[in-house]
Structure formats: C-alpha cells, structure tokens
Ligand binder design. Structure first.
Ligand code: NAP
Length: 237
C-alpha cells in the first residue's frame, strides 16, 4: 500500500508534481516511489535527464523503481545502460519495464547488470493473457509482475453470471467482490497489483484485500467464471 505509481507521461509531468505535494513531510523510507520514462526520451542521455526531471518534480533524492513505460523508440540496450548508471549513482534502487512481452522482457534483463525487478502489465479478470506465458517466464527469472488496471475499468461487473460467481466467493470469506478480484490477481507471490483509488473508502477496502487468501476451490470458480479464452491482442505476452 506504500507503492506509489506514477510516470513522467501522466499529465505531462504534472502528476509527479502532485505526488511530490502529497508525500511532502512523509518519511521517505516509508514510501516506495515508482515512475516511468517515456520511450521517446529513453536514449542513454535522455533517460538520465528524464530521471533527473522526475526526481525534481517529485522532490525526492532517489526513486525506488524506474520503469521504461513501454518498448519503443530507442535501442533497448541504451536504455538499460542508462538504468544501470542510475542505479550505480543511487538515483534509483531498482529498475524495470512495462508492457513488455516475454522476448522483450528477457532481452531487457540480458542487457542489465542490475536485476530486472519487474514488468508492469495489464492484468485483470477480463484479460488474463499474461497467464499464457509471461507470468511463468517472469516467475522463473524472479522478475515480479505488477498488474495494472486490475479492475479492468469495471468490465467484470457487467455480466450478472460472473458477478454472482465473485459474490459467492466474497460472501464465503466475508469480503467484497473487489477484494476477491485483488486476492485472485495476487494469488501467486510473484504477482502484485496497483489498483488506483481516489476515494478513501476504496483505498481502505482494497488494502483489506491483503489479508484475504483464496483456496483452490475459490480460484477454480473464478477461473471458470472468467475463462482465459482464445488468444486475443495480448497473445504474445
Ligand atoms: N504501465 C502502464 O502502461 C499503465 C497503464 C494504465 C494504468 N497504469 C497504472 O495502473 C493504475 C491503475 O489502473 P487504472 O486506474 O487504469 O484502473 P483500475 O485500478 O483497475 O481502476 C480504477 C478505478 O477503480 C475504482 N475503484 C478502485 N477501488 C475501488 C473499490 N474498492 N470499489 C469501487 N471502485 C473502486 C476507482 O475509483 P475511485 O478513483 O473513485 O476510487 C477508479 O475509478 C493507474 O493509476 C496507473 O498508475 C499503468
């Protein structure tokens, strides 16, 4: 719950400034601050400069994790070399990637001297594509998977039958459907998730999901209600 996810892209830097305001006065060690460099800025020098700009906007001495937002414009080797430089200079504790498929993720890890800490990817009940290959490939290499958009913009609540399946599991545990969703997505210790909530009661509800453990029957019921389906646009993940 102390994992704060932002990016230089969000609000063209404005969101990092808002995060800077929000965390002012909080002991730095209590926070885990993550930001992302845009692919267009991710040349060797561009990455170093982007990290400095982010640190300035966040008003922090260091980042906990810096990600390449998605694969793109510059040779990956250059970005990873800059990431190593930033780790060595103490500007970030960890580095990772986002929206990388299996091959790209392995390639990125191969360029780094530091460990590739994570791959932040889309993962929710309506889009379980990462379970085909990516989740296992990441687990084997001790690269954490960080699931973004875990509620899939609420799509999972639209079908009455699948909602009922979630609610049955929720009722059994005295939990809410959204807590069941978060517990399902983090059922493997290598899987993390970053739900966004601006309402305090949502934050608290989501935090309590950390205490919920699903059993094999719960997991099977959810898998049946939200099938993996035919490979979709994310089939390469
Ligand atoms: N790497 C990438 O390319 C990438 C792409 C997209 C997102 N992300 C990151 O992932 C984060 C989350 O993704 P997201 O915002 O797209 O989707 P999300 O977390 O799946 O959904 C956010 C929505 O769910 C609502 N919500 C959260 N908890 C709730 C609860 N307990 N009950 C009812 N509603 C609840 C929020 O409402 P309220 O705000 O009203 O509480 C908000 O409308 C983003 O903030 C961003 O940091 C990364």
């Amino acid at each position: 719950m102390n994992h704060i996810d932002t990016a230089e892209m969000y609000g063209s830097g404005r969101v990092e400034e808002l995060v800077g305001d929000a965390i002012a006065g909080i002991e730095r060690e209590r926070l885990f601050i993550v930001t992302k460099v845009m692919p267009g800025n991710a040349s060797f020098r561009g990455t170093l400069a982007a990290a400095e700009r982010s640190l300035e906007r966040l008003r922090c001495g260091y980042l906990d994790l810096l990600l390449l937002h998605w694969p793109g414009a510059h040779p990956l080797e250059e970005t990873m070399r800059a990431f190593d430089t930033l780790v060595e200079r103490g500007k970030t504790r960890f580095v990772g990637v986002s929206n990388f498929d299996v091959e790209e993720m392995i390639e990125a890890a191969g360029y780094l001297r530091a460990p590739l800490a994570c791959n932040q990817v889309l993962y929710h009940l309506g889009e379980r594509g990462i379970e085909r290959r990516l989740a296992a490939a990441a687990r084997e290499r001790r690269i954490a998977i960080v699931a973004y958009t875990p509620f899939g913009r609420g799509a999972f609540l639209r079908s009455a039958a699948s909602r009922a399946a979630l609610e049955r599991v929720a009722e059994k545990h005295g939990a809410t459907a959204r807590q069941v969703v978060l517990a399902f997505l983090t059922r493997d210790p290598n899987l993390f998730t970053i739900p966004k909530a601006s309402r305090l009661e949502h934050v608290e509800e989501n935090a309590r999901a950390g205490k919920l453990e699903l059993d094999a029957a719960d997991v099977a019921a959810i898998e049946e209600a939200f099938p993996l389906g035919a490979p979709g646009p994310l089939a390469t993940l």
